[in-house]
Every structure is written in C-alpha cells, then in structure tokens.
Design a protein around this ligand. Structure first.
Ligand SMILES: [Zn+2]
Length: 291
C-alpha cells in the first residue's frame, strides 16, 4: 500500500519534468474508447504551443472526418459505420500545421456489435426503378456538396428531439433485402405516421437542403454544426427554405410517401459528416463536445 503510493509520487515527478524536456505534444483524447456499431466518438487535441493548425481530420474505416478548432484545441466527431466489424480498431488523427509539418496521431478503440436485425421488403416494379446506382450517386452529390457548408461551431442544444409522433417501423442499422436481394443497412429510423402529420427539426440548425430528390422524395437536410446533420425524407410538403435557421421542434414539413416508400412514414437520419449514426444516442444523451 505505502510502496504503491511511493511509486505514484515518483511517476508524478517524471510527468512534470517530461513535457518541457521532450516538447512532445500531449496525445489526443478519444471519448468514448468503447463504442458500438452506429455510435459516434469525439476527439480533442491540444494544439502545441506556438503552432498554427492548417487542417485536421480523423480517418477511420475508410472515411475522412474533418475536425474544427476551438479554444486552442482541435475538436472533431467521427462515426463508427453500422457495417464496422466488431473488435479492436485503429483510427488516425491527422494534424497539418502551417509551414507544412504534419502530426499523425494514432487512436485506439473497440467496437461492439449493436445486434442489428434483418428485414425483407416487397417493392412494386414501379418503385424498384429508383434503385439505380446512378440515382443514388446523384442524390449523394447533392447532399455531400451541401455538407461542405457545415458551421464550424455547434448549433445544436442539449438532447435531440423526436421529429414526429409515431411507432418506429424500422430501426437504424437493420439489414434490408428488397425483393430477395441485399439492398442496404438502414441509414436512419422509420416512423410510421399518417400523411400530413407535422415533422419537426430534431435540433437547432440551418437548412442546407430543401428539395425534391428521387429515392428520398421531398427532402430536408439541417446542419447542426461541426459536421452533424439531420435528414428528413419522403415528405408530402416542405415548410422551410434553404439557408433558413430553425429552432429545435420547429415544423419543417409534413409526413408523406414521396420517393422510394411503400406508404406514408418519416425516414430520418443523423449523420456525422457523410456517415449515418444511430439516432438513439443523440436522442438520449445529446452530443457532448466537452468543456
Ligand atoms: Zn427508412
């Protein structure tokens, strides 16, 4: 017991001496380090004294997640895609400084299974024509280019709110087969609700997309800042305009069945940059950036 304490005192002395002697920056802080498929994580990194950061991003699972600068720190969010294999994983925080040098900082995390279920859907021929790579690419291009305009600070406040009243008819992450063929892992949450029921912004933000798409039908995408977005699809009506600032709970449209939908419901998503995350986390706990 006493010798153990003695060891801590010795270690503490070394900890105080080391930073000035070696000038090594403190490592990045990753929270949490244990995640499940569809979760999101936060990275913070103290910018070393006298350095100016030009650009920073986290690379994980083949995706790049741009980071932001706040109060002398690099802060960023990244997502564990639903398809990520459970087990130990490595991510990298890249920090490029003015003048051209780069820090490559390793991050270790463990991903657990979220136990996503499987679903088979029958779709009429009139709708399966929408299942083309060309249409998907066109939609992605519209959403991804709008995402470039994300605010550099958080616009969200507290926990995220349910956008519509109704029963969850298909949860996030479910593996879907359409007419017997693998289609996708569900990128959002479906809520069964009658046509015309008001759809509300899940949190405060700014509307980046308010237009009719093909698969997604009438679509609203809201920027909540720092690469956090929410999407609302298959709407029968859109009640906001691109560029408009919206409050949490503000009506942005109405439930419908436009696009690739068999009946009236709201498909909604939360994304961290381009990667969909399980909305359950932000609904229960919000998204913490830390102080
Ligand atoms: Zn859906």
């Amino acid at each position: 017991m006493y010798s153990h304490r003695g060891l801590i005192v010795i270690l503490a002395c070394f900890t105080v001496v080391l930073p000035t002697a070696a000038q090594t920056p403190a490592g990045p802080e990753l929270t949490p380090v244990t995640l499940r498929q569809g979760d999101l994580a936060r990275v913070r990194f103290q910018i070393p004294e006298g350095r100016e950061v030009a650009k920073a991003s986290v690379v994980f699972g083949g995706s790049t997640f741009p980071c932001f600068q706040r109060d002398g720190e690099v802060v960023g969010l990244f997502a564990v895609a639903a398809r990520t294999k459970p087990g130990p994983h490595a991510a990298t925080l890249w920090v490029r400084y003015e003048g051209g040098t780069t820090d490559r900082l390793p991050l270790s995390l463990t991903v657990g299974s979220a136990g996503f279920s499987t679903q088979s859907i029958r779709m009429p021929k009139s709708k399966t024509g929408l299942m083309s790579d060309e249409i998907l690419a066109k939609e992605r291009e519209i959403l991804y280019s709008a995402m470039e305009k994300t605010a550099g600070e958080p616009l969200w406040e507290g926990v995220f709110a349910n956008p519509v009243e109704g029963r969850i008819s298909s949860p996030f992450g479910r593996t879907r087969y359409v007419n017997g063929r693998f289609w996708s892992q569900h990128s959002g949450r479906d809520v069964a609700a009658p046509t015309g029921r008001p759809v509300k912004a899940t949190n405060r933000g700014r509307v980046l997309v308010a237009q009719k798409l093909w698969m997604r039908g009438n679509t609203v995408m809201i920027d909540h800042g720092m690469g956090v977005f929410s999407l609302y699809n298959h709407l029968s009506a859109i009640d906001v305009q691109e560029g408009e600032e919206v409050a949490k709970g503000q009506v942005i449209g109405k439930v419908g069945a436009t696009g690739f939908a068999t009946g009236p419901h709201l498909h909604w998503e939360i994304r961290v940059h381009r990667t969909p995350v399980n909305p359950a986390g932000p609904l229960a706990h919000g998204i913490a950036l830390g102080e």
